[in-house]
Unconditional design. Structure first.
Length: 479
């Protein structure tokens, strides 16, 4: 069967063999009650309100009360009144991605919003609320994924299939950091979800931050902040569903969501409207369950599949990194990247706090030589920051402590190493070579070490000659 025949067959399978009708009995804000549906509904079912023959308003069932179903719309309720017919969709919501979606911008309902025409439909449906792979059937994390950002490649090594949270307040630069990784990653595909984004910033992100080359191998899902809560939540589900499709094709996928906090806020609106009791900071219990279900969908696939490396930004409220959503996400993901406003205020971007950030795949993802570089660099940063107040006051006298004297020389160079313009790309090996040059430590490179591990000795027992990795960065002479 050819590709076109498969698509037609898949569309026929999606056709409903029956229609179940109900009618609107009450409207309160964005909450709609319908009756007359019998037993054809469950939580998450899709219902289409038809105020006129040419108008269709999709809604989702979010609860039940006194024998009536409670709905929330994906759009506005303009034109809907009492007695409005409600047609129940008897198949679970799903999308049918295709490789030709690369370079496209879609909304939470997987509809194109970039003016480039209709989307091609694939042969297989991916449920929007898909379940993660079974834990026992998943592969382990893969090799380190090149993200093109020095601070990430060196200090926060991220493996294929790992999930990381990016924790930052507003205006600290997390969106620019995400765009850099989407543009420079060595992954095959990037799937980017802009959940609750400002409308005016979407085009800036696509053209200035992501760029034409980055967009060409990406699928971007957009739900702006003015859209209903269901649409904002749906954008996150659609992002993961598209990423799962490409993972099933055996590709390495970089999945970026900015931000899961707005996903949680949308779920809070939905839960409170359905009558759930508020708990921590007004978030109902289902919010934390939905967060775990969403984030667990990323990660390695089954044998023969690819992996989804997930980077999820968390908008911390009032720069409080212990607020409920931050706490919940930190307990789910495999590491956290902390962006500090004080670092951004002094002009160092990306404003990643190296000492407060953790990647749980380190140190196993790095070689012994690379781990030695990171330990040395972190020791220098810690030594300097412990003495920073005395240094600024002029109370420290050079020669009192050799470790502090060394940190006074190396810390500015490490800060310069961590500073990176959004148009600058640095590969993994180059990152470690530059760091080794700053610390004046030998570095042969991971590629060369891998060759030596598998290269046999000659007949005399002599080892093969080593080709040292050379860096273009020059060490600065210490005084």
């Amino acid at each position: 069967m050819d590709r076109l025949s498969e698509q037609v067959a898949a569309q026929i399978d999606q056709l409903s063999t029956k229609e179940i009708y109900g009618e609107v009995t009450k409207i309160l804000g964005l909450l709609v009650e319908i009756a007359g549906f019998g037993r054809g509904l469950s939580i998450g079912s899709i219902v289409h309100l038809k105020p006129s023959p040419e108008k269709d308003i999709p809604c989702e069932v979010v609860g039940f009360r006194d024998g009536h179903a409670l709905l929330m719309p994906f759009g506005t309720l303009e034109g809907v009144g009492l007695g409005c017919p409600a047609i129940i969709q008897d198949k679970p919501p799903a999308i049918m991605p295709d490789e030709r979606w690369l370079g496209r911008v879609i909304n939470g309902m997987a509809e194109p919003i970039d003016g480039k025409g209709a989307l091609y439909e694939g042969a297989h449906a991916i449920p929007l609320k898909n379940k993660p792979p079974l834990p026992a059937s998943r592969q382990r994390l893969g090799a380190q994924l090149d993200l093109g950002v020095r601070a990430m490649n060196a200090f926060l090594a991220t493996c294929q299939g790992q999930r990381m949270g990016i924790f930052a307040g507003s205006g600290v630069g997390k969106s620019v950091l995400l765009s850099m990784m989407a543009r420079y990653t060595s992954a095959d595909v990037a799937v980017i979800g802009l959940v609750g984004e400002r409308g005016r910033e979407v085009q800036e992100f696509l053209e200035d931050d992501l760029g034409e080359d980055g967009l060409a191998r990406s699928v971007v899902v957009v739900a702006t902040g003015d859209e209903p809560a269901l649409m904002r939540r749906q954008a996150a589900y659609t992002t993961l569903a598209v990423a799962e499709y490409f993972r099933g094709q055996g590709k390495q996928v970089l999945c970026l969501i900015d931000s899961v906090t707005r996903f949680a806020m949308a779920q809070r609106e939905i839960g409170l409207s359905a009558g759930e009791p508020p708990t921590s900071k007004g978030y109902p219990p289902t919010t934390f369950g939905e967060l775990a279900r969403l984030l667990e969908r990323a990660g390695p696939g089954a044998p023969g599949e690819g992996s989804i490396t997930g980077l999820f930004s968390v908008l911390v409220e009032g720069d409080d990194h212990n607020e409920p959503i931050s706490d919940a996400v930190r307990g789910i993901v495999d590491g956290h990247i902390v962006m500090d406003r004080s670092i951004a205020d002094r002009g160092r971007y990306p404003a990643i706090d190296i000492l407060k950030s953790v990647s749980r795949s380190m140190p196993n993802a790095l070689t012994d030589e690379q781990n030695a570089l990171i330990r040395k660099a972190k020791k220098v940063i810690t030594t300097y920051e412990d003495m920073a107040e005395l240094i600024r006051l002029g109370a420290y006298r050079r020669g009192s402590d050799p470790a502090v004297d060394e940190a006074l020389i190396l810390y500015p160079q490490i800060e310069e190493f961590l500073t990176q313009n959004k148009d600058d790309r640095t590969l993994i090996e180059e990152s470690f070579a530059r760091l080794a040059a700053i610390l004046e430590m030998p570095y042969e490179g991971a590629a060369q070490q891998a060759i030596e591990r598998v290269s046999p000795s000659d007949a005399s027992g002599a080892k093969p000659e080593r080709a040292r990795f050379t860096s273009t960065a020059k060490p600065i002479r210490r005084s």
